[in-house]
Design a binder for this molecule. Sequence first.
Ligand SMILES: [Zn+2]
Length: 103
Amino acid sequence: MAALPGRINRLEQALRQICDEVDRLKQEVKALEDENARLRQEVAGLYLAEGEDSGANRPGARNLWNLYDKGFHICNLYFGKGRDGECIFCYALMNRGEPSDGA
Ligand SMILES: [Zn+2]
């Protein structure tokens, strides 16, 4: 059996390597989260700009509902994130955007 101080040193080194690797992973996760947030905003901007320009036919709104049907949020709170079940914020957004029937 190896001497106890030697085993402790090796364990310490292994722990340091693991901590360094965890730090690197944290940095990568942060970078990916930042990029993800930026891409979400970009996509949100594209969808919402389409909705504003489209007038009565509102293809932007249809695109948004398509996105919603595919299982993503379209509300400002969670735009682009996968959703479990219905979201009242998404519904509120789309209802606010509905043109009035004048009825
Ligand atoms: Zn939502």
